[in-house]
Structures are given as structure tokens and as C-alpha cells.
Design a protein around this ligand. Structure first.
Ligand code: HBI
Length: 367
């Protein structure tokens, strides 16, 4: 049953297959999915989430699917073939979606995986794909391009810089991101800490933030899931005397409590961050963001106003920015989050995207 673009929608949202929602393995996309689900429900749409066993999303029905989790795409080489394990949770999730698709107006895919994109032409229900990372592998690039070409409007991304990592940037719809800012408390008077938040893995270059903490002598609080234990151990060995405190992977409520008290968030990506949820979380608490001038962060941080954009991979650049932090007004940081990244602002962008997809379906039916 398809609805006209202006009605309330029955939405089926399929999560990332790399791990349960709430485990942290899914990184930013876990938060993105939960925020979007909450905002769509607030607007009166009905939402059901399909996700790996053990997934939890507050106040949203989750259908948990068993099966073997998927290899994280960012650990793969560019020419790596598509890998589907036995009893793949990804395949099981999409088998379920195929069975129930006639109960929904739109399926929203949050997985950065080949299968959902390949299956798109075999579904009668329209599918909106929220692509959560930049270009990583040839197989993914070509299947995303195929869907972007054959199903116009259905490829959503977070930022222009993320879209520009693909050759078909013009076919991608930029959505930015957004979150429930009421969870994030503004903190005017910080303690003498710096913060780093994210999956602890090589592409996030935590070592640069640790090096900057060592040089400035300002303790660095590290929050996030230890995705790569060996990488963590290497940093601890190489920077044995750096003032770092590992705080673990905290739920949003606790994270924002500690993050808000920091003087700045350091964001040190080696890769093109599609967006930078952690940067919005920091801004929402009034915490300036010091980030490499690379990827999605360049479209978030207002250099000199809500933080600093520094020369990519330059620890000295980070140190210099840290020494200029008193130039930043913490209220300007909170203000930017409210204007650009509220749940409502994201909800408007999402609804507009969904309605364009459904309009496109209507028009293509007429021809
Ligand atoms: N890898 N295969 C795969 N599928 C995903 O959905 C995925 C991933 N790696 C990382 C990831 N999702 C998220 O952490 C980012 O999209 C934010």
C-alpha cells in the first residue's frame, strides 16, 4: 500500500548489520537511526526498526534478527569482494523486510552494505538509503551509483564533502544530521580537560590527540568503543607518559555530562568523516571543536567562532588551536547546534527527502 507524499508514513528502518544498536560497534549510525526514529514518531509517522539481536532503542519497537554480524566496511581494502558470512544477519534482516514490505510506505536503509542496494530493484516498496560513510570500496561505489541512477533521489548522505568522495556526488541528497538537543546541557565553565570521542580505530587517529595532550599538558578524556585493541595498546605504549584518561563507551546522557565540562573536543580523522556526530554533541554542550580541515567537519566547525579547523594531521596545528581556545564563546557553540542540528531541523530535511522519493515513485508510475 503506497501513501501519497503528504500523508503520515509507515516506515520500516533497517539498521547496520555490524552490531547491535547500543553496542557502539555501529558508531555514529546507531545514534543517527535512533534520533531519526524518535523524530519521525514525534511527527506522527509509525516506525519499526529491524536490527541485530541485542539491539535496544528507547520507545521504538525493534524486531531483533539473529545471525552472523557483517565485517565493518572500513576495515576492507578498496578491491575487496563482497563477503556474506553463513547465516548473515544482513541477509536475514532483508529477508524479513522483503516479507513484510507491503505493510509499509517506505523502507529506510542505514546499512553501508552491498546487499540492500543490490536488492532495491527486487522490492515493490520504495527504499531510502542513508549512506553513512564516504567512498571505501569499489564494489560499494558501483552498487550505490547504480541505485542513484536507477532510483533518483533515494541516496541520502550527510555532507557535500562525503558526497564528493563519490563520482556521482550530484546524485546524492545532503541531509546533514541532527539530535535531541534537550539531552545536552550547556556548560559555561569548563574544567581543565580536553576530550576525544569516537570508535578507537586507526582511521580516527586518536594518537594525534594524545600527542597534543602530552605537549600542552592538559589531560585528555577519551570516550568510545575500543574497536581495535592492538591499536589502543600501541598508543598507550608509545605515549606512556601522556595525561590520558580512558572513560569507556558511555550512553549519551553520561557522555554529555562529562563532555560538556571539557575545554574542547579534538576531532582528528585520518579519513573523510561523513559527518561528525561527536562534533554536534560537543557544540550542543557549548564545547568548542578543534578538528582537522578534512571531510564533514569542514561543513560543521565555524573556524574561529565555534572552534578551529587546523591543517590535517598536524599535531602542532592542534596545539596552536588549543592555546587559542579563550577566543571562542561557548554560547556560540550551543547556538550553532540549536540553529542547524536540532532534531526538528533534521526531521524537516528527512521528511522533505522521503516525500521527494515518494513523488518520484508516483511520477515514474505514470510513465
Ligand atoms: N560496515 N559493513 C558495514 N556496514 C555498516 O553499516 C557499517 C560499517 N562500518 C561502520 C558503520 N556502519 C558505522 O559505524 C558508520 O557508518 C558510522
Amino acid at each position: 500500500m503506497t501513501s501519497s507524499p503528504s500523508d503520515l508514513l509507515k516506515l520500516l528502518m533497517l539498521s547496520t548489520p555490524v552490531g547491535a544498536i547500543g553496542s557502539g560497534i555501529g558508531g555514529g549510525v546507531e545514534l543517527t537511526l535512533s534520533n531519526i526514529a524518535h523524530e519521525m514518531i514525534r511527527r506522527g509517522h509509525s516506525v519499526k526498526i529491524v536490527a541485530p539481536q541485542g539491539s535496544i532503542v528507547k520507545n521504538v519497537p525493534v524486531l531483533e534478527i539473529a545471525g552472523q554480524v557483517q565485517t565493518p566496511a572500513q576495515t576492507q581494502t578498496r578491491d575487496e569482494p563482497i563477503i556474506l558470512p553463513k547465516n548473515s544477519v544482513l541477509a536475514n534482516m532483508w529477508d524479513y523486510a522483503h516479507q513484510v514490505q507491503s505493510d509499509y510506505d517506505l523502507i529506510v536503509n542505514f546499512a553501508y552494505d552491498w546487499l540492500p542496494l543490490y536488492l532495491t530493484p527486487f522490492f515493490s516498496c520504495p527504499i531510502a538509503h542513508l549512506i553513512s560513510m564516504g567512498s571505501l570500496t569499489d564494489a560499494m561505489d558501483s552498487i550505490i551509483e547504480q541505485v542513484a541512477t536507477n532510483f533518483p533521489e533515494t541516496i541520502g548522505v550527510h555532507t557535500l564533502s562525503q558526497a564528493q568522495t563519490f563520482t556521482f556526488a550530484d546524485k546524492c541528497r545532503c541531509l546533514a544530521n541532527g539530535m535531541d538537543l534537550s539531552i545536552y546541557q550547556f556548560c559555561a565553565q569548563p574544567s581543565d580537560f580536553l576530550a576525544w570521542v569516537g570508535r578507537i580505530a586507526p582511521e580516527k587517529a586518536l594518537e594525534d590527540a594524545v600527542a597534543a595532550a602530552k605537549i600542552t599538558g592538559i589531560p585528555l578524556k577519551i570516550f568510545g568503543f575500543k574497536q581495535n585493541e592492538e591499536y589502543w595498546q600501541d598508543i598507550c605504549q608509545k605515549y606512556a607518559d601522556a595525561p590520558i584518561i580512558y572513560r569507556g563507551f558511555l550512553p549519551t546522557e553520561e557522555l554529555q555530562q562529562e563532555l560538556g565540562q571539557c575545554r574542547a573536543l579534538l576531532v582528528t580523522p585520518r579519513w573523510v568523516e561523513a559527518f561528525g556526530n561527536v562534533a554536534i554533541e560537543a557544540l550542543a554542550c557549548g564545547v568548542p571543536v578543534i578538528a582537522y580541515r578534512r571531510g564533514g567537519l569542514t561543513e560543521i566547525v565555524k573556524d574561529g567562532e565555534t572552534g578551529f579547523l587546523v591543517e590535517p594531521d598536524s599535531v602542532d596545528g592542534l596545539v596552536n588551536a588549543i592555546r587559542n581556545l579563550d577566543k571562542i564563546d561557548r554560547r556560540a557553540c550551543r547556538q550553532q547546534a540549536e540553529v542547524e542540528y536540532s532534531q526538528q531541523a533534521m526531521g524537516d530535511r528527512l521528511e522533505y527527502w522521503f516525500r521527494n522519493i515518494l513523488k518520484e515513485v508516483e511520477t515514474s508510475k505514470k510513465h
